[in-house]
Write a protein that binds this ligand. Structure first.
Ligand code: PEP
Ligand code: MG
Length: 595
């Protein structure tokens, strides 16, 4: 591009770590290392196998050191990001498969890289989920490390060092790249690939470095050393900004910082309306490394711990002890606050080969979540044993997903009861009073909420699926995204029915879908009498502020008026107008200590 060095261009990706920075671009291409591949003589087979074992051991040693460095700079939770890579390096199958290739006279580097690619492909083929794609990066990173060590004569992989501040632009970043970089000068990460759950995204957030992933083909348009702005709030990378653009961004950065400072003051205050109605705010997380974000953003507990990922990030099923270690770490870290563990919601768009060797035609309507667990009772029992045992170490709750009938609840509870008897007989302690709840995310469950409420201790409304199943709109299909509307009267009626049924039966009712992150929806949910809202930690401060500026009496009135409206546009417009008309007084934020 002739104008590449003078024209401003902006590229949008997925914002994964907030913040705005202005610095020079550093374009990093780790794939540039070529690993020498050739065939060897028969006499070289055994020495080559020994070199392989030595290289794997050295790579393991280097990763252990890196893990320790992250543990010291951040904490144990973030250091554990490297555990799956260490597990991979200890997997006997890795050496076995590579040896087979060396036996057919491939050199160790060539053999190892092919096996790693095979592992990565097998892993990615189990699902199209972005989480899986992100784990593939970790596997390929292991290949790059060992491949490098096997390539005699290549300089050792060195962490990137910089003299000046830079924004690193690269195709993809492995967690080891992210952790090893010189953090004094790296002011931002921007990658062409990657999703919001990538380990690099999580590390960037923990290191408080703005980051954007999934930018697409931007590297071909950028040049080394160009000035750039990374906007980790908007997910925008601007290259060669004009003086006007720079001034605008500096002002915007000032406003964001001011807002964050204000929101931070609310961290330890309750989400309570001006007239004293208290809502619990919980965090949705999926990995133990996210634990520090829960309290940091002012959540009072974990309203949804998605448990699928311990099944997705390995070959084969996890054991009871594997699961117990994770669950125990989470409840201990969050205690005395509660953690709602949702039993596995596999199927749908999260497949694992061991449970579903064959693809279904319509997986969201198929053997998903509780249906999968009831079809594989041994797998379900293993998870329930681990959850019950973890409950002895903190405040755990169990929640069954995708319930469509009372019969399913009774079946799941019968298995849970049997597992309890088994643990009692073995003398293994657990919380005898552990609350058991269900997700309301299928219209039939909302319609039968009164009968279901008599069988469980709590509900959590899963609007992500409730909207998809009620409106027959695939939640992941962009072509019908405009039909996916939480303000559809049918959705509001189902939510209201669920809350009223829960209130009549005297059980607690929360909501853990994305709808909890929209201020307009929250006004209606407060008006309907919801007890709890659970969401990604980053969304919590804004929602807390919104609730603290709301009056329950106003929210109730708006909600009543909305029931009379017929279309989603009318409802959205009405709530917006009603909120503006309230002209709420800004509540003074008390200055509190830095606890
Ligand atoms: C939901 O369906 O709203 C929900 C919270 O669960 P998930 O997004 O995991 O399906
Ligand atoms: Mg769901």
């Amino acid at each position: 591009m002739a104008t590449q060095n003078s024209t401003t261009f902006a590229w949008r990706g997925i914002a994964v770590s907030p913040g705005i920075q202005i610095a020079k671009l550093y374009i990093h291409d780790p794939a540039q290392t070529t690993i020498p591949s050739h065939f060897i003589r028969r006499a070289e087979i055994e020495p080559e196998k020994r070199r392989l074992v030595e290289a794997i051991e050295l790579a393991r040693h280097n990763l252990v050191e890196l893990r320790e460095k992250v543990r010291q700079t951040l904490d144990e939770a973030h250091a554990s990001i490297f555990d799956p890579q260490l597990m991979l390096l200890e997997d006997p199958l890795l050496i076995e498969r590579t040896h087979l290739r060396i036996d057919s006279q491939q050199n160790a580097a060539m053999a190892f890289m092919s096996v790693i690619q095979q592992f990565a492909d097998e892993f990615a083929s189990v699902s199209t989920d972005s989480y899986i794609a992100d784990r593939k990066v970790d596997i390929l990173d292991v290949g790059r490390r060992v491949g490098h060590l096997l390539s005699r004569g290549l300089p050792a992989l060195r962490p990137l060092q910089f003299e000046d501040d830079v924004i690193v632009l690269t195709m993809d970043l492995s967690p080891s790249d992210t952790a090893q970089m010189d953090h004094r000068h790296v002011k931002g990460f921007a990658t062409e690939l990657g999703g919001p759950t990538s380990h690099s995204a999580i590390l960037a957030k923990a290191l408080e470095i703005p980051a954007i992933v999934g930018l697409g083909h931007v590297m071909q348009l950028a040049a080394q050393g160009q000035q750039a702005i990374i906007d980790g709030y908007e997910g925008l990378l601007t290259i060669n900004p004009s003086p006007r653009e720079l001034a605008r961004v500096r002002r915007s950065r000032g406003r964001h910082l001011e807002r964050e400072r204000e929101l931070q003051k609310l961290r330890n205050l309750p989400a309570e309306t001006l007239d004293g109605y208290r809502i619990e705010l919980g965090a949705n997380i999926e990995l133990p490394i996210e634990i520090p974000h829960v309290a940091a953003h002012g959540a009072e507990g974990i309203g949804l711990f998605r448990t699928e990922f311990q099944y997705l990030e390995r070959n084969g099923l996890p054991t009871e002890e594997d699961l117990l270690a994770v669950y125990r770490r989470v409840v201990e870290a969050i205690a005395p606050a509660p953690v709602i563990f949702r039993t596995i919601d596999l199927g749908g768009d999260k497949f694992i080969y061991d449970l579903q060797p064959q693809r279904e035609m319509n997986p969201f309507m198929g053997l998903r979540a509780i249906r999968m667990c009831l079809a594989h009772p041994a797998v379900f029992r293993t998870q329930l044993r681990a959850l019950l045992r973890a409950s002895a170490h903190g405040n755990a709750r169990i929640m069954f997903p995708m319930i469509s009938s009372v019969r399913e609840v009774l079946e799941a509870k019968a298995i849970l009861e049997d597992v309890r008897r088994e643990l009692r007989a073995e003398g293994k302690p657990f919380d005898e009073k552990i609350p058991v709840g269900i997700m309301i995310e299928i219209p039939s469950a909302a319609l039968c909420a009164d009968a279901l409420a008599r069988e469980v201790d709590f509900f959590s409304i899963g609007t992500n699926d409730l909207i998809q199943y009620t409106l027959a709109v695939d939640r992941g299909n962009e072509q019908v995204a405009s039909l996916y509307d939480p303000f559809h009267p049918a959705i509001l009626r189902l939510i209201r029915m669920t809350i009223e049924a829960a209130q009549r039966e005297g059980i607690w009712v929360g909501l853990c879908g994305e709808m909890a992150t929209s201020k307009l929806s929250v006004t209606l949910l407060v008006g309907m009498g919801i007890n709890e809202l659970s969401m990604g930690p980053l969304a919590i401060p804004e929602i807390k502020r919104h609730i603290r500026e709301l009056r329950l009496s106003d929210a109730r009135r708006i909600t009543e008026e909305v029931y009379a409206l017929r279309s989603m546009t009318d409802i959205g417009d009405y709530v917006r107008q009603a909120e503006r008309a309230l002209q709420r007084p800004r509540r003074k934020t008390p200055i509190i200590g830095n606890s």
